[in-house]
Write a protein that binds this ligand. Structure first.
Ligand code: UTP
Length: 333
């Protein structure tokens, strides 16, 4: 099966980290987020072909994937980020047999899900998760047999009662020809939401043309699109990976490490308390600091800091002066 992974967005919500690095190469739990998606697809032998839709900083994604995996990826360019629907349409040229089945996975979203089971369905299925507040998401409405009757992109407050089943960014569609002709339809008719061609509008068009789709509940939905969700996903992955810990390749002097953590190669930790939930990547130096619930990219220096819920880019230096203080009784600072 062909798998389309759109990775052409700008990742504005994760700036400044995404100004020089594509979002999908940001590190979470010790690896770039895209690594987990590709690894699962290859390990589970799901994909005969993996198509990356690239744009901004796409060369960096290609360099990383071609070095990290022994797999021949297809890269197609989305010259302008005109929305997820448009990004998926850009992959059309790779589909020789237009009736292929297809999976679409957002590049900035990880899933703890059995993909093999998901694609055993007789119908097309759309990954969903029940959320408290659906206003930030696209949602699906279904009939009593569980078939999707409507897709609503970011429902307004008045529509909230309709459904709380948010679309999480994992789609399995039986017929790529119908997908591409629906995408063509929304683009020819300039059907846009917030200035972008949305995938949900094409899916809606497919069901209007009698395509049957069901929802598929996914519990392990790990969004990486915002600082707080990136850190949440980091915690989730560290909890999982610490069960089979790899041998230590870092130097530790007079320090305490509280699991779960990820500490990369050639890291030096001195007089510090690290963890829980700290990801410290290769070549970092940490001195006289306390760090938890944070991601520190390669080769950064942290000195005299107490740090939590932080994301530090590659090669950064965060040094604070130690406080020398001489104050009297009852003072407040
Ligand atoms: P998002 O809208 O979440 O990602 O799209 P973004 O646009 O990169 O991030 P923000 O909103 O500016 O912070 C979900 C996925 O779809 C891809 C993105 O790269 C991301 O992997 N995408 C989105 C495209 O490939 N092309 C687009 O035109 C839009």
């Amino acid at each position: 099966m062909k798998v389309i992974i759109p990775v052409a967005g700008f990742g504005t919500r994760l700036r400044p980290h995404t100004l020089h690095n594509p979002k999908v190469l940001l590190n979470v739990g010790g690896k770039p987020m895209i690594h987990y998606i590709i690894n699962q697809l290859i390990k589970d032998k799901i994909a005969s072909s993996i198509i990356l839709v690239t744009g901004f900083l796409g060369e960096k994604i290609k360099d990383y994937l071609d070095n990290a995996f022994d797999f021949r990826f297809d890269y197609v360019e989305q010259a302008e980020a005109k929305g997820l629907g448009h990004a998926v349409y850009c992959a059309k040229k790779v589909f020789k047999n237009k009736n292929d089945e297809v999976m679409i996975i957002l590049g900035d979203t990880l899933f703890d899900v059995d993909l093999k089971r998901m694609i055993k369905n007789n119908n097309s299925v759309i990954g969903v998760k029940t959320v408290d507040d659906p206003r930030r998401f696209g949602v699906v409405e279904t009939d009593s047999d569980g078939y999707i009757t409507r897709f609503v992109e970011k429902p307004a407050s008045s529509e909230i009662s309709s459904s709380k089943e948010a679309i999480v960014g994992l789609y399995y569609l039986k017929n790529s020809a119908k997908l591409f002709s629906s995408l063509e339809y929304i683009m020819n008719n300039k059907i846009k939401v917030k200035g972008e061609f949305q995938l949900t509008d094409a899916l809606e068009n497919m069901i209007n043309n009698k395509e049957k789709m069901k929802k598929y509940f996914i519990d392990g939905w790990l969004d990486c699109g915002k600082p707080e969700t990136l850190l949440e996903t980091n915690r989730y992955l560290l909890n999982k990976s610490n069960k089979n810990k790899a041998p230590k390749k870092y130097k530790q002097i007079n320090s305490r490490i509280t699991e779960p953590v990820y500490i990369g190669k050639n890291v030096e930790i001195e007089n510090s308390i690290i963890g829980p939930y700290a990801t410290i990547n290769d070549g970092c130096i940490i001195k006289n600091s306390i760090i938890d619930n944070s991601i520190i990219e390669n080769s950064s220096l942290i000195e005299n800091c107490v740090m939590s819920e932080s994301i530090i880019g590659e090669g950064a230096s965060v040094k604070r002066e130690l406080l020398k203080i001489n104050i009297g009784n009852y003072s407040e600072i």
